[in-house]
Design a protein around this ligand. Structure first.
Ligand SMILES: Cc1cc2nc3c(=O)[nH]c(=O)nc-3n(C[C@H](O)[C@H](O)[C@H](O)COP(=O)(O)OP(=O)(O)OC[C@H]3O[C@@H](n4cnc5c(N)ncnc54)[C@H](O)[C@@H]3O)c2cc1C
Length: 427
């Protein structure tokens, strides 16, 4: 990287541009930590203005750029051997309420959004398990959580977006305006634009939840509850021992004083999640299937229960979106019935244990094959082994549509095209 490039980039942003090997280490991996790739430089942008300036400058210099939120994905999409643009909130960045909608700067992390909305006795309808990812990061992949049983995905809550295109121009988009860009930016893995702000639904804050938990001898016997449960919050999980389900209904004041089990809604949230530890590789991937495939998938999962290195399996029931075509890389080709299912299989492998790492990756490959065979699809932010050909073969016309839009908006191929994982060394 030339010093002229660093000087030019520094003129675009207020935070110091990072370029020493020590500063870049943390950006050389994602949360999963499977591969390592040292970028040339990292520019943290803290406003739309800085973002547009940085993109325009890098484009004029013909330098490839990769966009990074909090780096919580495991699919290598935030790695780069060129320049990383990191989307970081500034101290004074706040959400803006208007009626029952909220406009959120996409570089905010969800924790900050939750805290700010709480002051107005509101909350987002769906939150992911960890609140550490950025709003733009989860809207680029989908965003699912325990409330998905009642409210679907986070992308289903979006009414409008402000996006920055690969030429550095910012535009508004919605189902009515620039509708193609709106649709392909949601769940689009940052392939066509940066999500700068999102206008999203809110719901009244209900801090407490009436909890009902059940234990099962296997996933297969939890199927009936997965197919029929009608709670406000729900997941089924195994953390190495037996399978447990947790269903929650927003509590009323009188419930708090009753004998029923009432817990804070944070029960359904991860306590906190630090960025991936260096001594562990997270081979995490989620798979989506519909109701007709769930039984076979659960039986298959039961063969995984006691496997070495398996941290947990986590299953969500997700309400079918009202408008099934409203995002790129849909979780299922066709939605049927009122719900579909997200199955997360999380391996934690001590770094250096090559045998366990091989087993974990093979396990995920087998699960992917089974999921595809049953008509399902993977969650693209996970640690799958799919290259572009693999993604194309799964998503077909949807992939083509994203690529055509990408060619139109980024003809020089400079924007958010991370390096080929096959060419990266292991971390
Ligand atoms: C501990 C943990 C718990 C998780 N729990 C859940 C869960 O419950 N439900 C769930 O759905 N997911 C969950 N995830 C996955 C997580 O939501 C996704 O990986 C998400 O993409 C991470 O957001 P990020 O800000 O870290 O994005 P990054 O990992 O930095 O980026 C992910 C992708 O999005 C692109 N991107 C980032 N910001 C933008 C933007 N503003 N505009 C356009 N593209 C952008 C990047 O280029 C990259 O391709 C979890 C992950 C971890 C590590």
């Amino acid at each position: 990287v030339t010093s002229a490039l660093l000087v030019g980039l520094q003129q675009c942003v207020s935070a110091p541009v990072l370029s020493t090997s020590a500063q870049l280490q943390v950006y050389s991996r994602d949360f999963g930590g499977l591969k390592k790739c040292l970028p040339l430089a990292v520019a943290s942008v803290r406003s739309e203005e800085e973002l547009c300036r940085a993109i325009r400058f890098l484009r004029a210099e013909r330098v490839p750029m990769t966009l990074r939120g909090a780096g919580f994905s495991c699919h290598l999409g935030t790695l780069s051997d060129s320049v990383i643009i990191e989307n970081r909130p500034s101290e004074d960045e706040t959400v803006r309420l208007s009626a029952d909608l909220v406009e959120i700067p996409a570089r905010l992390r969800w924790r900050a959004v939750v805290n700010q909305l709480e002051a107005s006795r509101l909350m987002p309808p769906v939150l992911t398990y960890s609140l550490s990812p950025t709003v733009g990061g989860t809207l680029s992949v989908g965003g699912f959580g325990a409330r998905s049983i009642a409210a679907g995905a986070q992308v289903d809550q979006v009414h409008g977006l402000r996006v920055v295109l690969p030429d550095g121009e910012a535009i508004e988009c919605s189902p009515e305006k620039n509708a193609d860009i709106f649709r392909l930016a949601l769940g689009g893995m940052g392939r066509i634009a940066v999500i700068e702000r999102a206008t999203m639904a809110t719901t009244p804050l209900r801090p407490m939840v009436k909890l009902s938990s059940r234990r099962y001898a296997s996933f297969a016997v939890a199927e009936e509850q997965l197919q029929t449960e009608e709670a406000d919050y729900f997941f089924v999980e195994c953390r190495g021992h037996d399978v447990q389900s947790h269903a929650g209904v927003s509590a009323e004041i009188q419930d708090v004083f009753s004998s029923e089990s009432v817990v804070p809604r944070e029960f359904f949230q991860a306590p906190s999640a630090a960025f991936g530890q260096d001594d562990v590789i997270h081979v995490w991937c989620d798979y989506f299937v519909d109701g007709s495939a769930l039984g076979s998938m659960l039986e298959y999962l039961d063969t995984y229960l006691q496997r070495e290195g398996l941290d947990r399996i986590h299953i969500l029931a997700i309400r079918t979106p009202r408008s099934p075509n409203s995002r790129a890389f849909r979780p299922l080709k066709k939605f049927s019935g009122n719900r579909y299912f997200g199955i997360g299989v999380f391996y934690a492998v001590p770094r250096g244990d090559e045998r366990l790492l091989r087993d974990a990756r093979k396990a995920q490959r087998d699960l992917l094959e089974r999921c595809l065979h049953l008509g399902g699809r993977p969650y693209l932010c996970g640690a799958h082994d799919l290259d572009e050909n693999g993604i194309e073969s799964i998503y077909g016309e949807e992939y083509e549509e994203v690529e055509q839009m990408r060619d139109r908006l980024d003809p020089d191929g400079l924007f958010n095209r991370p390096p080929n994982p096959a060419r990266l060394p292991a971390a």
